[in-house]
Design a protein around this ligand. Structure first.
Ligand code: GAL
Length: 495
């Protein structure tokens, strides 16, 4: 099926050739969501393997044992991506596929290394630039069992650094874009504050047997920030001089708008919410070099403190701002003292504002609504506060009505809801570039429908529809995949 897209009219006509010639565009994925082959070819167990084999944890009761079988089908996937016209592909490495038990003295699984070497070679042979994430949430289960994973900064850090170095050594001759952590914030908020993701810890005993949302959330974040910085330091000192790549971190962050723009307390609450969500990680790395004052004043000593040595390596430890964002919320202040388990900044997040305006049309994912104007504001907020080049590393949506039986109808594949999402967000991105914001990449989330963590297979984020019932996990391109190719051809300067 083919669809044609025309961008000759306003406002698209004014955005032609706005993006730099070397702008990268493509799709992002994560190992645990696509690879499958979860316990073969030497791969060790990750915390997500354990999580999804624990009854009651995943919405549809599914596991990621097969996922989209990207491990087996990578050549087919690279060919399909090439047919969409991508210039880059962001994927993550599975730590427990490379070092099954994860630790500094544990053996390497050469079959795992081979798989990533083959994938990288296949991408490069097809003119697609690899962007590689070291950690996209799938901590080796053995490290969780040995010492509590990231709760134990002292024991965890050498294990992570050995893994990082091994990856630089084995893949760094061809990989020039490294991301240490994907969304350290969501890892800790969902895994240790809410307890709805692996490793499933929180203060809520009806859900989790162990954990303390009021402290562990911030301890794990601290471990992530400092170990990111140590990995970046090693890369810069020992690998960058000859490999000549870049290294950074990818942060999550949705935009917060005041619920009532005329109430100074809501205006302040929205700013505080952005600080709790984004500046928590970004201020230490790109800004003041420390956690935001708003967090310190609410959390006191429950928020860890950077030692002088940590501070000196954390600040400036990322060559770029890796940015994942999806939506916008309205934020209303709460009166009185914050709850002990609060991690939002003592605010309430709402779908409508004081005038009853909705934050955007609903997708198939409860938290996600199309909200392009908040995205535009967020790009400016991040640029104004940190002033580092932005690499958009994830953005995308689900759409209602896509969870159907195979084969999907022409109507399902003509995913106009997702096309409208991408179109409206990319207009904002191009306008921000016209305003002087330095943006260098865009990765749609995601290439194919995949295993969406605790939501299982029901939340379909792909620009390619996947028949999960079939042995071959048959792929069916959706219109949005071609839309992105056409629109980037229009937006990226020629030459
Ligand atoms: C991000 C995450 C992805 C994907 C996406 C959609 O937070 O990095 O792995 O799940 O959200 O929910």
């Amino acid at each position: 099926m083919t669809w044609t897209h025309n961008f000759d009219e306003s406002p698209d006509a004014e955005l032609k050739d706005t993006l730099r010639r070397d702008f990268h565009w493509g799709f992002a994925t994560a190992a645990a969501q696509v690879e499958g082959t979860w316990n073969k070819d030497g791969k060790g167990e990750s915390i997500w393997d354990k999580f999804c084999h624990t009854p009651g944890k995943v919405k549809d009761g599914s596991t990621n044992e097969d996922a989209t079988r990207a491990y087996d089908l990578y050549k087919q996937d690279v060919a399909l991506m090439k047919s969409y016209g991508v210039t880059a592909y962001r994927f993550s490495l599975s730590w427990s596929r490379i070092i099954p038990l994860g630790g500094i003295n544990d053996p390497v699984n050469e079959k795992g290394v081979d798989y990533y070497n083959n994938l990288i070679d296949e991408l490069i042979a097809n003119g697609i630039t690899p962007f590689v994430t070291l950690f996209h949430w799938d901590t080796p289960q053995a490290l969780e069992d040995r010492y509590g994973g990231m709760l134990n900064q002292e024991k965890y850090t050498p294990d992570f650094l050995r893994y990082a170095c091994l990856c630089f050594e084995r893949f760094g001759d061809r990989v020039k874009h490294w991301i240490t952590y994907n969304e350290p914030g969501v890892y800790t908020l969902a895994g240790y504050a809410a307890g709805v993701h692996a490793p499933a810890r929180s203060s809520f005993r009806e859900r989790n047997a162990e954990g303390d949302s009021s402290t562990e959330t911030f301890i794990v974040a601290h471990t992530e920030i400092v170990s990111h910085a140590r990995a970046a330091k090693i890369y810069r000192e020992e690998f960058k001089p000859h490999q000549k790549g870049q290294i950074g971190i990818t942060l999550h962050g949705n935009y917060s708008e005041p619920w009532d723009v005329n109430d100074p307390k809501d205006v302040e609450a929205a700013q505080r919410a952005r600080e709790f969500e984004i500046a928590w990680f970004a201020d230490p790395i790109y800004g003041s070099g420390d956690y935001p004052a708003s967090m310190r004043s609410q959390l006191g000593s429950r928020l860890p403190t950077f030692t002088d040595e940590e501070k000196s390596i954390v600040k400036g430890s990322s060559d770029f701002y890796g940015m994942n964002t999806y939506t916008t919320f309205f934020v209303r202040h709460l009166d009185g003292e914050a709850d002990i388990n609060d991690h939002l900044g003592n605010v309430e997040k709402l779908d409508t504002n004081s005038e009853g305006k909705s934050r955007g049309p609903e997708s198939d994912t409860y938290w996600l609504r199309t909200a392009p104007s908040g995205f535009g504001k967020l790009l400016h907020w991040i640029w104004d506060r940190y002033h580092v080049p932005i690499y958009m590393t994830e953005n995308g949506t689900t759409a209602k009505g896509e969870h159907v039986k195979a084969p999907p109808s022409a109507e399902v594949l003509n995913d106009t809801f997702r096309v409208d999402f991408f179109h409206s967000y990319l207009r904002e991105l191009a306008r921000a570039v016209q305003d002087g914001v330095d943006i260098r990449s865009y990765f749609g989330w995601t290439f194919t429908d995949n295993w969406e963590w605790a939501a299982g297979f029901e939340d379909r984020f792909g620009c390619t529809w996947v028949d999960f019932e079939s042995e071959e996990k048959t792929r069916f391109p959706k219109r949005s995949a071609y839309f992105l190719g056409d629109y980037f051809t229009h937006l990226i300067a020629e030459g």
